[in-house]
Design a protein around this ligand. Structure first.
Ligand code: ACO
Length: 330
């Protein structure tokens, strides 16, 4: 286990938070729940019938793990769902049906305060995990865009970075085509995540295929506008754009392309202009450079919600639950 992961788990274990796992009979999830409870990283509830959990992992003890059967009477949660969504046209019958969906039920338990946060995504797509949370938990006060960022732990042999270097990359998982306002929100939220989660002082680079006017295009204009919005909204943050990735990260390139920038060459929070570049970008770093990608950490929800990759390991689930517990503290 690397340094960042053990830091996150250690911090979470001091909080005693209660996290609900919607995919309660998924084999990796059950093993993760056992580890989380045994190691006191979080209290855990699995959503699934006892029978299906036992069938999925007959040899894993369920001692001190809470279980909620989605087919049992959850009238309180049905009422909560109906009240939250009736203005959007939801009927009582629809609420009754939808509340049997574990992803909706997990969001409802979290929204009601019966759990401190929810995690899912080992067998469901990002869209299916986030949609119930967007509808039920919604965004935190003053925040209009839910987004995400990855914590990227670079490998020790990286030619450009020192040992234990961390980068934060957003948004690689949620917003497909953010406008300049949304891009600014992603940058601010990712900087907050860097600071709150791991105490990193954020230096934000707003990425593009252009550095400081080297190319002209509406895509570049969007990044420049987003940079200005961040500067206006959060004058306390260190941000610059538009910057190409090499100018953002490598001092010698920054000297050539963005001599006067205080961020270029030193950026540790990289904001991609859209989901295509973000999702492709983080996966290239993960697979070609052997970096560890922790997350995606979802940002901006009113209560913590996190999505797993369907290729996740038991270890990944444990870490994402720890992150969720830490967000519950904030
Ligand atoms: N922030 C805040 N609110 C939002 C956001 C957002 N980013 N997106 C949607 N909403 C709100 C809507 O306003 C709506 O609210 P309302 O129903 O109360 O009026 C509600 O959430 C649901 O909106 P929908 O339009 O039904 O949701 P949508 O179908 O747009 O889904 C989603 C949102 C799931 C996040 C979508 O943007 C999406 O699929 N993103 C891409 C996810 C993905 O495939 N990522 C790549 C894989 S992840 C990986 O590789 C790590």
């Amino acid at each position: 286990m690397n340094n960042v992961v053990s830091q996150l788990r250690d911090k979470a274990s001091r909080l005693n938070k209660h996290i609900i796992l919607a995919e309660g009979d998924e084999p990796r999830t059950i093993k993760a729940a056992r580890f989380l409870v045994d190691n006191k990283i979080a209290n855990v509830t699995l959503i699934a019938s006892l029978q299906s959990i036992k069938k999925s992992q007959p040899n894993v003890s369920l001692e001190h793990i809470n279980i909620i059967d989605p087919n049992e009477d959850n009238t309180d949660m049905v009422n909560l769902l109906y009240n939250l969504r009736k203005s959007k046209g939801m009927t009582e019958q629809q609420a009754n049906e939808l509340a049997k969906n574990p992803l909706y039920l997990a969001a409802l338990f979290t929204q009601s305060g019966k759990a401190d946060g929810m995690v899912a995504g080992a067998i469901n797509s990002t869209g299916d995990v986030l949609r119930p949370a967007l509808q039920i938990i919604k965004t935190a006060q003053g925040i209009s865009t839910v987004s995400s960022c990855f914590i990227i732990a670079l490998p020790d042999y990286s030619p450009y970075f020192s040992k234990n270097s961390l980068l934060f990359m957003g948004d690689c998982a949620v917003n497909i085509e953010p406008d300049s306002q949304q891009l600014a929100s992603i940058a601010i939220a990712s900087a907050n995540t860097a600071k709150q989660m791991l105490g990193v002082e954020p230096k934000i680079a707003m990425l593009s295929f252009s550095t400081k006017g080297s190319a002209q295009h509406q895509f570049v204009d969007k990044v420049v506008q987003a940079t200005d919005i961040v500067k206006n909204l959060r004058p306390d943050l260190q941000v610059d754009g538009e910057l190409q990735a090499d100018a953002a990260l490598i001092e010698s390139v920054a000297q050539l392309k963005a001599k006067n920038s205080k961020i270029a060459g030193f950026a540790n929070v990289l904001i991609f202009p859209d989901l295509q570049s973000g999702n492709i970008g983080y996966k290239l770093v993960q697979r070609l450079a052997g970096a560890q990608a922790i997350g995606p950490v979802c940002q901006g929800f009113n209560k913590p919600v996190n999505d797993l990759s369907r290729g996740c390991s038991v270890e990944d689930i444990i870490t994402v639950v720890a992150i969720t517990a830490l967000q519950a503290q904030n």
